[in-house]
Ligand binder design. Structure first.
Ligand SMILES: Nc1ncnc2c1ncn2[C@@H]1O[C@H](COP(=O)(O)OP(=O)(O)OP(=O)(O)O)[C@@H](O)[C@H]1O
Length: 252
């Protein structure tokens, strides 16, 4: 099943097959099936506690699933450490809280991974970091500390930090929900740029404007299940499931 590809011949870059996860006795993810094609943009929405974060955290093994399969770029996630490291190298993740090192400058936050994980020479890592700070539109902040820049700028640094590791897939876990309204747009604009560049993205977000304009597919989760998925127009204009209808009526 995992080798089937699609009708247009492209093979998925992420496949989740009949995946389940429990936190002790609590069955948090139930029979998750998801295939993501290269360069696809998926938005995941759903009520609080429905399992959205846990699902994407399973994709880079920040959480461990107990049943089913997760295959990332041809590698099935197992407990093997090498295998986990390989997948982590291919999957960048941006969190709600930016998780920058407060005692390091922006530049040093960005070069840390390339120097220590990728063994890149310092000068090359700094050039790479400056390149991605340009991409996220804040090269002038390179020598500041995280506490000296705004939340929106910190989140853009977090995105640039992920990009410095040259991921093939980016996961975003509510990247704007800790931000003031005026900063949300600046982060979403950077994500739109990334989408246009062809990055494969899975984004957990309540920003339905972003979902409508950027997503190829929107997925609705509730009680640990994928209840409905569709392309944005059909998803928003004609939701099929009553749980989706109720959710959309509450947030739109
Ligand atoms: N480490 C954990 N141990 C036990 N239960 C957990 C753990 N992490 C999450 N949960 C529970 O799993 C359920 C799903 O959590 P998850 O964070 O994936 O939901 P979510 O849909 O992302 O919610 P939100 O939109 O509020 O972030 C929740 O009931 C949560 O309390």
């Amino acid at each position: 099943m995992e080798d089937a590809g699609t009708q247009d011949g492209r093979k998925p870059i992420i496949e989740i097959i009949e995946m389940h996860k429990w936190f002790d006795e609590f069955h948090v993810l139930k029979d998750i099936n998801l295939r993501v094609l290269p360069q696809e943009k998926i938005v995941v929405c759903g009520p609080s506690g429905s399992g959205k974060s846990t699902m994407i955290r399973c994709i880079n093994r920040l959480e461990e699933h107990q049943r089913g399969k997760i295959i990332v770029n041809g590698t099935e996630l197992t407990r093997d450490l090498k295998n986990i490291e390989k997948v982590r190298a291919e999957v960048g993740m941006v969190f709600q809280h930016f998780n920058l090192f407060p005692h390091l400058t922006i530049l040093d936050n960005l070069t840390l991974g390339p120097i220590w994980v990728r063994k890149m020479p310092k000068k090359e890592a700094e050039e790479l970091a400056m390149h991605y700070l340009e991409i996220v539109r804040i090269p002038e902040q390179a020598n500041k500390y995280p506490g000296q820049i705004s939340g929106g700028q910190q989140q853009r640094v977090a995105i640039a930090r992920s990009l410095c590791m040259k991921p093939e897939i980016m996961l975003f876990d509510e990247p704007t929900s800790a931000l003031d309204p005026e900063m949300i747009k600046e982060v979403l604009d950077v994500m739109v740029d990334l989408a246009k560049e062809g990055m494969t993205m899975i984004v957990v977000t309540h920003e339905m404007g972003f979902a409508k304009t950027v997503a190829d597919r929107v997925i609705f989760m509730d009680y640990g299940e994928i209840v409905e998925e569709n392309e944005p127009n059909a998803f928003f204009d004609n939701p099929q499931h009553e749980r989706t209808q109720l959710f959309l009526s509450q947030i739109l």
